[in-house]
Design a protein around this ligand. Structure first.
Ligand SMILES: Nc1ncnc2c1ncn2[C@@H]1O[C@H](COP(=O)(O)OP(=O)(O)OP(=O)(O)O)[C@@H](O)[C@H]1O
Ligand SMILES: O=C(O)[C@@H](O)C(=O)CO
Length: 421
């Protein structure tokens, strides 16, 4: 079998989010952690999870290029570049530089940028990204530990990241339907606009955009636009493979929640779970002085079947204070390394169900657990599926939750759902 559709995600929760949306659309998806060594056991839809969101630009570009080469070598002619629905990036990138490098490698002159995910409250209107009823720049994303988003204009965010022209298609044209969108894309192409930001405030807008652009070899965006694609490919006769849902392995009962996300929703979720679970708080300053041993001892002393959470999740002022003393990168790495080590300990203690909050955190955890492939299981919340995998030959269920996704009781809901499948 060769790959039909290949996607590259700039973080791990983003990759499971995209894989969940494709699985929801009824296609078989493989989620790979990093670039695979071989092209064995291909699925028609392959998603490669990278941890490139906050890498130096050149490193992100070279990792994505290698992933693109693998996907195209495996047969993929339709490529998707998945970034965050809140357009998480630094002033230098990496969304734009990566897209531009992919365009060069694929010989493509135009692509769209569609981060909107209305089901999760991310909408784009007049080129401005909103989170719920707030502009991105006024939302809690303005205080993100690694990629604080201080502007909501997607064209303004993108322009300094790319060399070619940036343009936009606004809602009246989107609402006029697929043909109007195609015509607008052509007009922009004639004006040499390579990067087209599209408005979308509802799922119908995503359907119209997908209908207009599904034939482009390269699409970019959040996960929501991808949900409309399989049906369009099937209608065009290009795809006819029903998916078999992943069967959960037999898992040991123990569970742990590991949270390195400081997003507003994760803070609420951690607070809610602490009402019913035992908790250990990681502090980067303590990690710098004492290491992770106290947390490892705490975990080893817990009842394996009891609900428990280890979290570095903290309010913006606490995060800022730690970053001031340790530097942003070191504070992040101390927490990520600690949570990754604790995930390994949990697995070795016989825990079979692991909930991870945060994209960077998920990258660190899955790497430490040496997981190279995840099968997509049931969706817990929009964009957050359970996944099943092997780590050191042990069966694990792991969910990688994007910082701001899920309801306030997400952690308990996730574990309860696993009881029912
Ligand atoms: N108390 C803390 N002080 C400083 N940095 C922290 C603290 N807690 C977590 N971090 C770091 O903040 C970063 C959070 O990023 P992460 O991607 O894991 O979460 P997120 O951005 O909320 O999730 P997503 O990318 O899925 O939206 C990580 O690098 C983590 O190590
Ligand atoms: O698109 C989103 O919001 C998520 O999949 C994500 O990328 C979080 O890191």
């Amino acid at each position: 079998m060769s790959v039909f559709f290949g996607a590259i995600a700039d973080d791990f929760t983003g990759a499971t989010d995209l894989a969940a949306m494709l699985a929801r659309a009824g296609v078989a998806v493989n989620l790979r952690i990093g670039i695979p060594d071989s092209t064995d056991d291909l699925a028609p839809f392959e998603v490669i999870a990278l941890k490139s969101r906050t890498l130096p630009r050149e490193d992100a570009v070279s990792q994505v290029r290698a992933a693109l080469k693998w996907l195209r070598g495996a047969g993929a002619e339709r490529i998707f570049w998945k970034y965050c629905s809140t357009f998480d990036s630094t002033a230098q990138g990496n969304i734009g530089p990566v897209a531009e490098a992919m365009m060069t490698d694929m010989g493509v002159s135009q692509t769209v940028y569609c981060p909107a995910f209305p089901e999760n409250g991310r909408t784009v209107y007049n080129g401005y990204l909103h989170v719920g009823d707030q502009l991105l720049s006024e939302s809690p994303m303005k205080d993100h530990p690694l990629t604080p988003m201080r502007d909501a204009s997607l064209t303004r965010l993108l322009r300094p990241q790319v060399r070619r022209e940036v343009g936009a298609i606004h809602l009246p044209t989107i609402r006029a339907g697929a043909e109007a969108i195609e015509a607008a894309m052509m007009r922009l192409a004639e004006a040499n606009v390579a990067h087209v930001v599209v408005d979308a405030i509802a799922s119908e807008d995503l359907d119209a955009i997908a209908a207009a652009v599904h034939d482009l070899p390269l699409l970019t965006g959040g996960s929501a636009i991808a949900q409309s694609l399989p049906e369009l490919y099937a209608q065009a006769g290009a795809l006819s493979r029903p998916a078999a849902p992943a069967t959960p392995p037999s898992l040991s009962a123990g569970s742990v929640v590991l949270s390195g996300s400081c997003s507003a929703m994760t803070r609420v979720q951690v607070g809610a779970y602490l009402d019913q679970a035992k908790g250990f708080r990681l502090d980067p300053l303590e990690l710098a002085s004492e290491g992770v041993l106290p947390a490892r001892r705490w975990l080893a002393a817990q009842d394996i079947d009891a609900p428990k959470i280890i979290y570095a999740t903290a309010e913006p002022a606490t995060v800022a204070a730690a970053q001031e003393k340790l530097g942003v990168a070191r504070a992040g790495v101390l927490v990520e390394d600690a949570l990754a080590q604790l995930a390994l300990d949990a697995r070795n203690l016989g825990v079979g169900r692991i909930v991870v909050a945060g994209g960077e955190t998920s990258g660190a955890v899955t790497r430490k657990l040496d997981i190279d492939r995840l099968a997509i299981g049931p969706e817990i919340a929009p964009g957050v599926p359970w996944t099943f995998c092997k780590s050191d030959d042990k069966d694990l269920a792991i969910t990688l939750k994007s910082g701001n996704f899920g309801s306030p009781n997400f952690f308990a809901e996730a574990l309860a759902l696993l009881e029912r499948v």
